[in-house]
Structure formats: C-alpha cells, structure tokens
Design a protein around this ligand. Structure first.
Ligand code: ZN
Length: 159
C-alpha cells in the first residue's frame, strides 16, 4: 500500500470518528472524569471513566473542537475500554510517543489498529495538542485530577 493510500485511509478513519463520535454522551455512573481544554485550537472536552476493580470498564466523552480532537477522543474510548489501569497507562505513553513522532517501532505502530490513523499529527506540531487532549484528560481522570464525584451531582457536560 502506498503512503498516499495509507494517508487517505487514515483520513477516512478520522473523518468517520468526527462525524459519528463513539461513546459520545455523559456517564452518570462514572467513577471519575476530567475536563480537558486546548485553548490554542478551542478544543474542550470531558472524559468519563468507569473503573471496575483494576479494569477500565467503560469510557465516554463529550465536547466541542476540531476533527482531530474529537476523533482522538472517540478512538480512545474504544481502544482503552476493557484494559487494565496499567495497560491503559502504557497505551497513553505509547500514544504520546506516536503524537510526537518518537515511536518508530513498526510492530508497535501496527499493533495500534485504528489508533494509528492519528500518527499523522506528528508532522503538524499544532495538531499534536489536539490529538493528545483526550489522552491527557483520560490520565487526569484516572489520577483523580479534575474528578467530579457522582455523589455530589453529575458533572456538567461541555456541549
Ligand atoms: Zn484542535
């Protein structure tokens, strides 16, 4: 497959997730959540995470922003679901290397599946923040930063 074909394929994944974001809703039963903001582009989102034991059982998000930020959040909610906390944090680290162009291991890149569609942002420094926003928010939620307890009322969705 030529680079141009591959780029077109990645483009299609991003457009699809932007048009039809997966898990795009608030989650009242979430264990934790965090808000993410990227003022340089105007992206804002909230990520909700339901943790079951050591597993990230469910994720959702809502927000406004560019196609890259929405697609990245949508892809994240699908990719991280069912992973253990350790696996999820390892994927966060990997994606950080992918966004900044530091991940060059072909086997690792191939193993990313649809997430690989986001690897193109490494060529566009402004877009790196858009792509990594959801991942930072996800980590903040797991770390308990920006946590909103469901006991004290549902978090206000950014819409
Ligand atoms: Zn953006």
């Amino acid at each position: 497959m030529s680079d141009a074909t591959l780029d077109a394929l990645y483009q299609e994944v991003i457009l699809d997730h932007n048009r039809r974001p997966r898990n795009f809703h608030p989650m009242p039963a979430a264990s934790c959540s965090a808000d993410g903001k990227n003022p340089s582009c105007g992206d804002q989102l909230t990520i909700w995470v339901r943790v079951d034991g050591d597993r990230v059982a469910e994720l959702s998000f809502q927000g406004i922003g560019c196609a890259i930020s929405k697609a990245s959040a949508s892809l994240l909610t699908e990719a991280v679901k069912g992973k253990t906390r350790t696996e999820a944090l390892a994927l966060y680290e990997t994606m950080h290397r992918v966004f900044t162009g530091l991940e060059t291991d072909t086997a690792v890149l191939k193993g990313l599946g649809p997430l690989r569609a986001l690897s193109g942002v490494s060529k566009f420094p402004m877009r790196v923040k858009c792509a990594s926003l959801a991942w930072h928010a996800f980590k903040a939620a797991l770390d308990g930063a920006g946590t909103v307890s469901t006991e004290s009322g549902a978090p206000t969705p950014v819409s």
